[in-house]
Design a protein around this ligand. Structure first.
Ligand SMILES: Nc1ncnc2c1ncn2[C@@H]1O[C@H](COP(=O)(O)OP(=O)(O)OP(=O)(O)O)[C@@H](O)[C@H]1O
Length: 537
């Protein structure tokens, strides 16, 4: 289960016939109109009738009943929670008693009306999302003059509900596998207590995840982050700055960052040149992810400065810089939010204001370069983890950024996918993209990188070439280990200076050693067989 996107309505079960109204704006207006009308109804029978009509229409549109019920279950429990006390408030005809409280007929009717309105609104929104791709929806709402703050809030609320569902599902699964019993209606006191704790954690987790998705949508120009009508490519002036002033695409000076009392980064400085392949290493908690957030302009340093592509990173410049510096997060579910692979990759280029032909071209190129061209029509939430990661990379590639930062891209990938990803990184490098990768994988770092940054406890422990990865003392300090390919050479005599970075280099060293030993043993053999040779006999 991995459907984590905010608007993943076109998952299984939501594949529909052509929508009743082809034009998105008309469809939006109709749904909004119906929503307002329904809110004006005051009679339970009228609202039940409206709900029945919406349900019938949705089933007729081929939206599966299972999908509709799933969406209703997402919101109706909250609605029930909100109306449960209404029957016991105010005066009216007594209907029944619960303990010492009296429910009135008017109160029950009032609660029912609110609940039915929630159901109707939920049905209408479920329909709208099932037939309208995310980009069209946001664009439609914008052209209708809906303020972007409202769009953002609605998007966030919906995303939050879907995330709650997904997070709850995976947490309950994990707890059950650890022996928590939740069968039947009556649980043990301990289960209730644990359940309460889980609810708290659930809201926090969903909050953090929805925040990451929100940032990822705005980094690709979504919500108010679009550059529509401003420029379809990075500002030429800014581009020149990098070329004229220096070749540093990232220039970090003495930055400090704190999470409350925790100092996650302390006086970190480094520079990354254009076209470099840099790895950012360090033990857990060293500050790698924090540094990436800062480089992406998602957080501001408490002290120090960051220049990216010649632009000083501030809250204001962050938005534009994010479109030129793509970040691929560790978890692809933080990044994917559209209903199909194609739609997801097209999201960024469309927000750049490109025409549909150019968008299609970028989508095709990006998907082909990550080997996902054939799965373009699939829902990204039905893909494997490795495939999702490729979609996330394609989404970033389609923005044609000058720099791409990847957080632990190799994590959870099978060996074949790792090889494929490494080949893709090479391809991206050949395309002229500056790459920076946060990783714990020393073998990959030694083979792939040309620059290494090592963080520990928020400080820059060392920065330099991959030679750093062969320094035993430094590696011990950084809780890293020697690349595997080098280890056998450290065990043999006279080979300590051999530092193979690739399997090919290791094979060449071994070949040289064999050849040298061969020459030596040939000489010894000759001496043994021809004993008088040395004496010149
Ligand atoms: N949201 C947060 N609130 C408080 N402290 C945080 C938060 N996120 C990170 N930290 C702290 O900041 C420090 C750096 O964390 P960060 O996630 O940047 O490390 P990392 O190098 O990416 O670790 P890992 O390799 O485990 O992903 C750690 O001490 C961590 O506990």
């Amino acid at each position: 289960m991995s459907a984590t996107g905010p608007f993943h309505e076109a998952e299984k079960g939501a594949q529909v016939k052509l929508p009743f109204l082809r034009r998105v704006n008309r469809r939006l207006m109709t749904v909004l109109g119906l929503l307002v009308t329904v809110m004006l109804f005051k009679h339970p029978a009228a609202l039940s009738g409206a709900a029945g009509c919406f349900l019938f229409f949705m089933l007729w549109s081929d939206i599966s009943l299972r999908h509709i019920v799933k969406r209703l279950l997402l919101i109706v429990p909250f609605g029930l929670g909100a109306v449960v006390f209404i029957p016991f408030q105010g005066d009216g005809t007594p209907l029944f008693e619960l303990w010492r409280w009296t429910a009135t007929g008017e109160g029950v009717r009032h609660a029912l009306v609110i609940l039915l309105k929630i159901v109707c609104a939920n049905l209408l929104i479920t329909y709208l999302l099932a037939v309208t791709p995310l980009f069209d929806l946001i664009k439609g709402l914008r052209t209708l003059g809906i303020p972007s703050i409202f769009i953002e809030m609605t998007g966030l609320m919906m995303r939050y509900f879907f995330l709650l569902k997904d997070e709850a599902y995976s947490m309950v699964k994990a707890q059950r596998s650890r022996g928590m019993k939740m069968e039947g209606w009556f649980w043990s006191k301990r289960t209730y207590k644990r359940f309460g704790e889980l609810l708290g954690v659930l809201f926090l987790r969903a909050y953090w995840r929805s925040q990451r998705i929100y940032l990822s949508i705005s980094a690709r120009g979504g919500f108010a982050g679009g550059t529509e009508g401003t420029s379809a490519s990075p500002p030429a002036a800014a581009k020149c700055k990098v070329q004229e002033e220096s070749q540093m695409v990232i220039d970090v000076k003495e930055i400090t960052y704190r999470y409350g009392a925790i100092e996650a980064l302390r006086g970190v400085s480094f520079g990354i040149e254009q076209g470099a392949k840099t790895v950012l290493m360090g033990p857990n908690g060293a500050g790698k992810s924090t540094l990436i957030s800062l480089l992406n302009g998602l957080e501001q340093p408490a002290a120090g400065e960051i220049h990216v592509l010649g632009e000083k990173l501030t809250q204001e410049s962050g938005r534009l810089v994010r479109q030129r510096v793509g970040v691929v997060y560790q978890d692809p579910d933080d990044q994917i939010f559209s209903t199909t692979v194609e739609e997801d990759v097209a999201f960024g280029p469309r927000n750049l204001g490109l025409g549909e032909t150019d968008v299609a071209e970028r989508v095709r190129e990006s998907l082909d370069s990550v080997g996902m061209g054939e799965l373009r029509g699939r829902s990204p939430f039905e893909l494997s983890y490795g495939q999702k990661r490729r979609v996330a990379i394609a989404g970033v590639l389609a923005m044609q950024p000058e720099v791409i930062i990847l957080d632990e891209p190799m994590a959870f990938l099978d060996p074949k996918s790792r090889d494929d990803l490494q080949a893709l990184l090479e391809k991206m490098h050949e395309m002229g993209i500056t790459l920076m990768i946060a990783t714990h994988d020393v073998d990959f770092a030694a083979e792939w990188a040309d620059q290494v940054l090592i963080l520990k406890d928020g400080r820059m422990l060392a920065a330099g070439t991959t030679d750093l990865l062969f320094d035993d003392g430094l590696l011990m300090q950084a809780d890293l280990h020697l690349p595997r390919l080098v280890r056998p050479f450290r065990m043999l005599e006279g080979t300590k200076e051999m530092r193979p970075r690739t399997v090919r280099q290791a094979a060449q060293y071994i070949w040289k050693l064999m050849a040298a030993r061969g020459t030596q043993s040939d000489m010894q053999e000759t001496e043994r067989r021809v004993p008088g040779k040395r004496e010149g006999k």
